[in-house]
Ligand binder design. Structure first.
Ligand code: GDP
Ligand code: GDP
Length: 466
């Protein structure tokens, strides 16, 4: 999965037909996670040797009333912001319609990479429409028949060079950017570096002793290598294992898993382990991009688990919470509800982070865990355009104006995303020190929901103007 492609366009042009063709049966198993939007369908796509994530704005079919335009616009904007590349689809038989023009406009303004496709392109009835598509000013249209599978070669040819670009970008070890206002940041950026073969995704599995960390890693490895390896039980530094984690679609995702003491040799003394798991977890967390907090379903959210999760958040890592030993859980539904409630209550700082149930022993849920890790990584790297942010900020202030301490209203003037990994935002305002914590929280929660950023810490910095 090297990049994300969003299929956008008005209803009925054939978006879902293409989505289904690209995804086949390999639908991403992320639907049951909190924070995942219901209106956007996401799937693991394959086109020849390309592997990528595809997003479909599927929720639109049901809308027939006046709100269509607004809804369509919002959903499309969202899909565009999530994607590295947009495939804009029109119906070649119908030609270019006024609604198509609305979409074209959104894409021209917002999307970094647009591929234009004139669908239903089989047969002469489509000739005129394909020609007309040039008038959209989005380049040469690909003549496609999603239904008959025609034109996919062309689609591949258009995607290839763009896909290469994302692979290269991900290969550079992206340094942490200082939180400074980047004046040049305009509307162009929509990049989400993804793990590629060049750079394994760095994952730490942390959790209390006996949560099942070693079993989990062994399950991924597919062999009993971990505890018997030459590294067992000696070094106190975090060590790592380079693995290729094969997903449900047979594609191996390169990862480096950072090991903790509990995963190496079992000390005889349990008490020692209890102490170790936090300090050792810290070491692993430092190296990681994504932290998997592994809980034991029988004793979830213990003090140590909370400390480790909080640690990961403070270190700015993407977080996935995995609940292990799900195989022995009897009341799965009731337990899940209880877990979600505890999660909300005990780890509000990780709101929306994915909660995945797994059995490290049987291997159930491993696909979902992998999908959650990939997605958390993706969100962690996400960039929101400045134009979009400021429109959003205006709306947030309108809905709920900042307070006015001593009769002086705090003015929030301007907002920009200063960094990724994790996403960090700077708000230029009149009295940065007077902005109450509750208002910052309001903005952070809003960012999380409106820009669909579950499972990642979000940093917000208030800055004065001078
Ligand atoms: P969406 O609403 O944009 O997701 O469009 P759908 O994928 O649901 O397709 C709308 C209709 O167009 C369906 O009846 C499809 O069977 C049909 N359709 C999709 N692709 C093609 C195509 O390439 N050729 C023709 N003739 N019909 C198509
Ligand atoms: P670690 O200390 O976190 O590395 O935990 P281990 O991987 O050593 O597992 C601790 C115990 O839990 C072992 O007895 C495992 O067999 C057991 N265990 C691990 N995962 C599962 C699971 O998914 N289901 C069940 N029933 N037991 C598990």
């Amino acid at each position: 999965m090297s990049f994300t492609l969003a299929i956008v366009g008005r209803p009925n042009v054939g978006k879902s037909t293409l989505f289904n063709r690209l995804v086949g049966k390999r639908l991403a198993l992320v639907d049951d996670q909190p924070g995942v939007t219901r209106d956007l369908r996401e799937g693991a796509a394959r086109l020849a040797d390309l592997r990528f994530t595809v997003i479909d704005t599927a929720g639109l079919e049901d809308v027939t009333d006046d709100s269509l335009q607004g809804r369509m616009r919002r959903l499309t904007e969202r899909a565009v912001d999530m994607a590295d590349i947009c495939l804009f689809m029109i119906d070649a038989r119908a030609g270019v319609t006024p609604t198509d023009l609305v979409f074209a406009d959104i894409l021209r303004k917002r999307a970094a990479n647009v591929i234009l496709a004139a669908n239903k392109g089989e047969g002469a009835a489509a000739d005129a429409g394909v020609i007309e598509a040039y008038s959209l000013g989005l380049g040469e249209p690909i003549r496609l028949s999603a239904e008959h599978g025609e034109g996919l070669n062309d689609l591949y040819t258009h995607l290839m060079p763009l896909a290469d670009g994302f692979a290269e970008r991900a290969a550079e070890d992206a340094p942490e950017i200082d939180v400074t206002l980047d004046e040049d940041e305009g509307d162009m950026e929509a990049t989400t570096p993804q793990p590629t073969n060049a750079k394994p995704l760095q994952v730490a599995v942390v959790g209390r002793p006996n949560a099942g960390k070693s079993t989990l890693v062994n399950q991924i490895l597919g062999e009993d290598r971990l505890l018997t390896g030459p590294e067992a039980g000696i070094t106190r530094d975090a060590i790592s294992l380079r693995i290729d984690w094969e997903g449900p679609d047979g594609v191996a995702v390169p990862m480096r898993i950072f090991d903790t003491a509990g995963m190496r040799k079992k000390a005889k003394v349990q008490e020692k382990l209890e102490k170790l798991s936090v300090s050792d977890g810290l070491r692993a967390v430092k190296f990681a991009e994504v932290v998997v907090v592994l809980l034991d379903a029988a004793i979830p959210f213990e003090q140590q688990d909370l400390r480790l999760a909080d640690l990961a958040e403070r270190e700015g890592r993407a977080v996935v919470v995995a609940v292990n030993k799900w195989d022995i859980e009897e009341d799965k539904q009731g337990k899940l509800k209880e877990l979600r409630e505890s999660f909300e209550r005990l780890l509000p700082q990780l709101r929306g982070a994915p909660l995945v149930t797994v059995s490290a022993k049987t291997g159930r849920g491993m696909d979902r865990l992998q999908a959650a890790i990939m997605r958390a990584y993706d969100v962690w790297n996400r960039r929101v355009t400045t134009a979009h942010l400021n429109r959003w900020l205006a709306g947030m202030m309108e809905a709920h104006p900042p307070p006015a301490p001593q009769g002086k209203r705090i003015k929030l003037r301007y907002m920009t995303q200063a960094k990724t990994r994790p996403p960090g935002f700077v708000v230029m305002c009149s009295h940065p020190d007077k902005v109450p914590e509750s208002y910052s929280r309001y903005l952070v929660n809003g960012l999380r929901v409106d820009f669909d950023m579950p499972g990642t810490p979000i940093r917000l910095y208030m800055r004065g103007q001078n």
